[in-house]
Design a protein around this ligand. Structure first.
Ligand code: URA
Length: 224
């Protein structure tokens, strides 16, 4: 049965309302006209079981036309309660490090749009399953297409696995520029890991992450 009409490059969905209900229905590129539309679909989404337990879908915040998109793993408790990504302790640490690197200026998210690989909180903050990541991936790809950033920062192994499909450990991947669909990608360590490892001496996890963020800022200046 034909589900879509239109060209193979830019298929048009006949029944967009069916998308939130069934992970077997793909979300082709070009499905959404705005981030707001993605937000309302995510809040109605039942593509995976996490839709049953969420308070809010956590879609994104920041500049909708930012040169950098920062993609984390999944919402935690504070994010689920507020509907905003990176507002809990790990998010606050990341924000401080982004400020220190000069990517953000105080109180402003002009350079960045923040989101996650999956939009709903997994129970007890467990790692999202491959099925949950796959069910949500269409939303993430649409967010990237609409924001159209020059640089993608992948925060932690789940974000790397979710976008690039690379299953290697984050300690091996962090700090090295990658290319994905014509965009520059920088994987970094997850701030939850940095909270558990507060050491900031030269060579420590925090020091390395701060250095990786400096690389991102330098690249942003070069591209400006
Ligand atoms: N908060 C988020 O929104 N995502 C993470 O990956 C961590 C904290």
């Amino acid at each position: 049965m034909e589900k879509y009409a239109g060209t193979p490059q830019q298929p048009k969905i006949l029944n967009k309302d069916a998308i939130p209900l069934d992970a077997k229905i793909p979300i082709p590129s070009g499905t959404y006209n705005s981030l707001k539309e993605i937000g309302s679909h995510c809040n109605a989404c039942r593509r995976c079981p996490l839709g049953e337990s969420r308070t809010h879908a956590v879609v994104g915040r920041g500049n909708r036309h930012a040169p950098i998109i920062i993609i984390g793993e999944a919402p935690g408790k504070c994010e689920d309660e507020t509907g905003k990504p990176f507002v809990g302790p790990a998010g606050k640490l990341l924000e401080r490090m982004l400020l220190k690197a000069g990517i953000l200026t105080r109180g402003e998210l002009a350079n960045a749009y923040l989101c996650n690989a999956i939009k709903c909180r997994p129970p007890a903050n467990r790692t999202p399953t491959a099925m949950e990541i796959a069910a949500c991936k269409g939303y993430l790809l649409e967010q990237i297409r609409l924001v159209d950033p020059k640089i993608v920062v992948l925060v932690g192994a789940t974000a790397v696995r979710g976008l690039l499909g690379d299953k290697r450990g984050i300690t091996q991947l962090r700090g090295v520029w990658r290319n994905w669909e014509g965009r520059l990608v920088m994987p970094i360590l997850h701030p939850s890991y940095l909270l558990r490892n507060p050491e900031s001496l030269k060579g420590s996890a925090r020091w390395l992450t701060q250095r990786d963020l400096k690389k991102v800022k330098k690249k942003l200046n070069e591209l400006a």
